[in-house]
Design a protein around this ligand. Structure first.
Ligand code: CP
Ligand code: NVA
Length: 349
């Protein structure tokens, strides 16, 4: 919500550039066609980013740690059990102390107010790695993946190079294709990932159709909806309780766990509330989704919200999205503006 569509576009282009420039490091021979090493700029050299995580994480943590390393810096993982925060020290004091030694803080917190307090008192930038209300870095990876796969939604779009060797050794930067406006259905709980979709997708030209149970606790909280309205996104959002109605005309179907971190005690109640909300082939066929619909999920996934046929099937973009967590987070970490050139530069070790 804090980024304009233009700024989102810059982050995505930057992420795509970093992905292409970094690929030689991920290939066995680590060389490009001219037999020269190519590496991303070492813009985090001698810099540290604190990963202040009070909740579990696989993707966000691994993305952040590997991204910081590729940029020549260091990510310092500070889990709940490791530091004084919350037991012997206040958020305010921890923010000042950690910010006095690191150049950035990437924080995964419980209540959203915790990250606001961190940002208020930290002398260095604070990035949200997930809070009760928002999960902005997830949605950047979703958007990058959709743009990279624009050809799946529009036959007139040329597919991007997918062979990793060709991709890594290219002298030219493969820019992101234009994505046509999509109808995106979200079936499930109104949680952090959906909330970031609500404030970004409509501003990028996409329509959202959401289905969640009628009870207020499964609908967007006031703080989120106020932001949606403030950004003028509400006019492109349809919200009902019928999953079949939500997937009508959908090019993309998205869901998330019904039991977010911290809601484990509500498991039985939530499984009951979301009966009939599982994403399946039958649901999307009967609801009248675009026959070519694709599927996304932020992960970690349980079978309740989506069955194996969809999750592991050809419609699924879930693993390309999880790969893209790294490049999008890396783009946020890089202090310099994204390159404007279309030529890939060779670096030296
Ligand atoms: N999608 C996501 O944020 O995953 P993790 O909780 O594993 O970081
Ligand atoms: N809504 C989920 C997202 C996990 C990445 C949660 O908060 O647990």
């Amino acid at each position: 919500a804090d980024l304009s569509p233009k700024q989102i576009d810059r982050v995505l282009t930057h992420a795509r550039y970093l992905k292409q420039v970094s690929m030689p490091w991920l290939l066995p021979q680590q060389h490009n066609s001219n037999n020269k090493l190519r590496m991303p700029s070492q813009s985090l050299f001698s810099k540290s980013i604190a990963l202040l995580f009070s909740k579990r994480s696989t993707r966000t943590r691994v993305a952040a740690e590997t991204a910081a390393t590729l940029l020549g810096g260091r990510a310092l993982f500070l889990g709940r059990e490791d530091i004084q925060l919350g037991v012997n020290e206040s958020t305010r004091d921890s923010a000042r102390v950690i910010g006095g030694m690191c150049q950035g803080i990437f924080a995964r917190v419980g209540a959203h107010e915790e990250i606001e307090e961190l940002a208020n008192y930290s002398p260095v930038p604070v990035l949200n790695a997930l809070s009760s209300l928002w999960h902005p870095t997830q949605v950047l990876a979703d958007l990058l993946t959709l743009q990279e796969n624009a050809h799946l939604f529009d036959p007139s779009v040329e597919p991007l190079v997918s062979d990793p060797h060709q991709f890594a050794s290219a002298k030219q930067f493969y820019p992101l294709p234009k994505l046509r406006p999509l109808t995106v259905a979200y079936v499930g709980d109104s949680a952090n990932v959906l909330h970031d979709m609500l404030v970004s997708f409509p501003r990028l030209g996409h329509k959202l159709r959401v289905a969640s149970p009628e009870d207020e606790k499964y609908r967007a909280p006031k703080a989120v909806w106020d932001r949606v309205v403030e950004l003028g996104c509400d006019k492109d959002i349809w919200w009902g309780k019928d999953p079949k109605e939500a997937v009508n005309g959908a090019d993309l179907v998205v869901t998330d766990t019904w039991i977010s971190m911290g809601q484990e005690a509500e498991k039985a109640e939530r499984l009951k509330a979301f009966e009939g909300y599982q994403v399946t082939e039958a649901l999307c066929r009967e609801g009248g989704a675009n026959p070519e619909w694709r599927f996304m999920h932020c992960l970690p996934r349980k079978q309740d919200e989506v069955d194996d046929e969809v999750f592991y099937g050809p419609r699924s973009l879930v693993f390309p999205v999880s790969d893209n967590r790294k490049w999008t987070i890396m783009a946020l970490f890089e202090p310099r503006a994204p390159p404007r050139t279309t030529t890939m530069s060779d670096g030296e070790v």
